[in-house]
Design a protein around this ligand. Structure first.
Ligand code: ARG
Length: 740
């Protein structure tokens, strides 16, 4: 079926604006199923085989997921050089910052490989291959009625398939469910865990605009950082060692210096974490009315505690920079999501689709028997979870993740209980030393007074907003009412517990006593929170099963209802590609937002008294001299960010934006405010991906940081006109943009 009639059908399906090719996160293996003519018309010049191939090197070999999926990165040289966002490297950069050498604030560039900084715990995964295993799973599920048994069976078979796929190799594999358990795919990965920091711009560039500009367009952020992947001398993954050598990729991305124009083809490739595009109207209602405002309120309280302490002390600022950034990121996300779910009237579009579905489902007795009840099941499921969703949100956001001591205590306590059971001897002494080291690490990362303030703030809110019957026992027993009382309560817990003071913990490790452990107040709090968490899990098991089963049938039904439509599955941290075009948009009547921003905007926003809008001197200098080298656009301006119609979400951060020839043109790093409901409903006319123009990245590395060694390592593709004069970094190799 061709696009025209497909579009009509889709318009019907969505009940409003016609859907464009831009919506959808596609499994690279399935790109060949999409209409190639349409993709070519959009501007794609690569074949599906050049994008995804198991036998030959292809685009997919240059794309990695970071740390199991929190972000995406891409390889841009034959020596394992990897680019991602600044906000993706943020935790690593902050962890390697100190008062003496604050690379988070000042930036950092390794002059040679010897200066690169190993990042413990960071790993990258390359996708080796993927396989449709639906036919190996679905037939074995026939006759299973209960959703939990079904899930257990899927997990069991998935485990087997993953083992079969990796025996005799160093690979790891996973089976993931698509379309809520209607299809299954196996993914085989090769993980590398020697990853080193190569460089990062100062925060004033990498996070320019701060929380004020976050999730907003127009934007002026240099959101990039650079790492290098290392492998053992044998070419296999190896833990950090000075013997390791730079990773030799099967493919790396050439970098385009040609820039983007309105309408240009743009493709993203990466690891989107999760979307809820098939969420029903009932789920939308619950998000708006209950879940989102609760998340926002708890995060707001935590942020205000952190803000105060971080302002008062530079050491605390570095300790909590990364925590603060991630709490703030989704604090603003949920504010925006609620606002835009309402503004874009997402509930009504969902209701329209549900009405269509019901009509379809009740058309024949067979359909009715299988699909007729799906929405009712979902509705009832939500009605039950409505009663506990607030307390669930509290136990997570305000309990287990409220103050850092809680999770630490829960885990460390388990280790202590094991230690208590060990007979005296060398083994126990070794374990004791290990635990002392782990404790030292923890106490270096937290500031106990800040943590105590977080504990006081979140317990106060917990007690005020959660029905007493759903509160953890220690909170009910505390019988505190006012904030002052809760503060006193927190002071008491923190002054007694062995888990909130390194000396007390060390003393305990030297002379462990079961009795002392039993009476510890932080242990009690941590265990109570976990108890509630487990209870909630049990209480929710049944309604969640109803919702899940309903959703599975709903999606299955939708796919039959519109057999010509190729449905994409929700994001689930597996590799996806999205296709779009560089495009401006109208945020409201009479207003158009251009598709790119320039350094002019940085100067307009500049305010060196506000740490969100500071501009490094060197950048101002180059701006005044208009010294942008080969990174200027045709008019001599320096472009900073641009937008395109690509469909991305969290996890895609750092994803390459690639032109029709497979060359890197930008790094995706955000979405826009007007479409903050986009994870639940794609908004074709206003939803945009925000990316850093790759020329701004190169300008920062070359002209601002002076790291020409890195520019030389990359493959730059200059304007089609071979006479175009290269200006700086002249020696960079110029490649013909073919896939190798
Ligand atoms: N909103 C972006 C995302 O989740 C992160 C942007 C980071 N910048 C910031 N100012 N917090 O992908």
């Amino acid at each position: 079926m061709r696009t025209k009639s497909l579009l009509l059908l889709l318009a019907l399906f969505m009940g409003f604006a016609p859907l464009r090719a831009d919506e959808g996160m596609w499994l690279p293996m399935l790109i060949s199923r999409l209409n190639q003519r349409d993709l070519q018309k959009m501007g794609l010049q690569l074949t599906p085989e050049e994008i995804y191939s198991v036998n030959n090197s292809s685009l997919k070999d240059a794309i990695v997921s970071l740390g199991g999926g929190f972000c995406t990165g891409e390889i841009i040289s034959g020596q394992g050089l990897m680019l991602t966002n600044h906000h993706c490297g943020y935790d690593a950069i902050a962890a390697k910052s100190s008062l003496e050498n604050d690379i988070l604030t000042n930036g950092f560039w390794a002059k040679d490989k010897g200066q690169e900084i190993p990042i413990e715990g960071l790993f990258v995964s390359f996708l080796v291959r993927m396989e449709d295993v639906t036919s190996k799973i679905l037939p074995q599920l026939e006759g299973i009625e209960s959703e939990s048994e079904r899930s257990a069976k899927i997990a069991e078979i998935g485990q087997q398939l993953a083992e079969e796929a990796t025996t005799g190799t160093h690979y790891e594999a996973e089976v993931e469910s698509f379309y809520v358990g209607n299809e299954f795919y196996l993914f085989v990965y090769e993980n590398f865990n020697d990853v080193r920091l190569v460089g990062a711009p100062p925060s004033s560039v990498g996070k320019f605009g701060g929380d004020t500009d976050n999730w907003m367009w127009p934007r002026h952020t240099g959101d990039f950082s650079m790492f290098r992947v290392y492998m053992g001398p044998d070419g296999k993954p190896a833990p950090y060692s000075t013997d390791n050598i730079a990773y030799k990729p099967k493919h790396f991305l050439p970098i385009s210096l040609k820039g983007v124009q309105e309408g240009d083809f743009a493709m993203t490739f990466g690891y989107p974490g999760s979307t809820d595009r098939y969420l029903t109207s009932f789920g939308v209602e619950q998000a708006i009315a209950k879940k989102n405002p609760t998340v926002v309120a708890i995060r707001e309280a935590k942020l205000s505690v952190l803000r105060k302490d971080m302002k008062a002390s530079d050491a605390v600022r570095l300790q909590y920079a990364s925590d603060y950034a991630s709490i703030a990121n989704y604090w603003k996300y949920f504010i925006g999501q609620t606002e835009q779910l309402i503004a874009n009237d997402v509930k009504t579009s969902k209701e329209k689709l549900e009405a269509e579905y019901l009509k379809w489902a009740s058309a024949t007795p067979e359909r009715n028997a299988k699909y007729g009840n799906a929405l009712e099941m979902i509705k009832q499921g939500y009605a039950i979870t409505d009663g506990v969703v607030i307390s669930n949100t509290y136990v997570l956001e305000g309990g287990l993740l409220g103050a850092g001591s809680v999770l630490f205590t829960y885990r460390f306590n388990k280790a202590l209980e094991d230690l208590l059971k060990m007979p005296e001897g060398d083994e126990k002494d070794t374990r004791r030393d290990e635990l002392k080291m782990a404790a030292a690490q923890h106490f270096e990362a937290v500031n106990i007074p800040t943590d105590r303030a977080l504990f006081a703030a979140t317990t106060t809110m917990y007690a005020e907003n959660v029905p007493e019957a759903q509160q953890p026992e220690f909170l009910r027993d505390a019988k505190s009412e006012t904030f002052a009382e809760w503060q006193k309560y927190a002071d008491n817990v923190y002054s007694k517990s062995i888990f909130t003071n390194q000396d007390r913990l060390n003393a305990f490790l030297d002379k462990p006593s079961a009795k002392k452990l039993t009476k510890d107040p932080m242990k009690k709090a941590a265990e109570d929170f976990f108890g509630i968490y487990r209870n909630v899990g049990q209480a929710n098991a049944e309604p969640n099963e109803m919702i899940r089963k309903g959703n599975r049938l709903f999606i299955d039904g939708l796919r039959q209802m519109y057999p010509e439509k190729i449905f994409y599955s929700d994001a689930n941290s597996t590799m996806r590609a999205s296709f779009g075009n560089v495009r401006d948009y109208q945020p409201k009547d009479g207003v158009t937002y251009d598709y790119y921003t320039t350094i002019e905007g940085i100067m307009q926003k500049m305010d060196n008294s506000d740490d969100e809008f500071m501009v490094p001197d060197k950048l101002v200098e180059l701006y005044k001299a208009k010294d942008y080298g080969q990174y200027a656009d045709k008019n001599g301006d320096l472009r900073v960010n641009f937008i395109s119609t690509n469909d991305i979400t969290g996890g895609n951060s750092g994803s390459p934006v690639i032109n029709g020839k497979g060359e890197l043109i930008g790094l995706a790093f955000d979405g826009n405010w007007e479409a903050m409901s986009g994870d639940i409903n794609f908004e074709p006319s206003i939803q945009r991906t925000i990316s850093v123009d790759i020329r701004y990245v190169l300008f920062m590395i070359d002209k601002v940081a002076g790291a020409k060694n890195l520019i030389e390592e990359m493959t730059l593709v200059r304007a089609e006109n071979p006479k175009a004069p290269p200006t700086s970094a002249q020696d960079a190799p110029v490649a013909s943009p073919t896939m190798n």
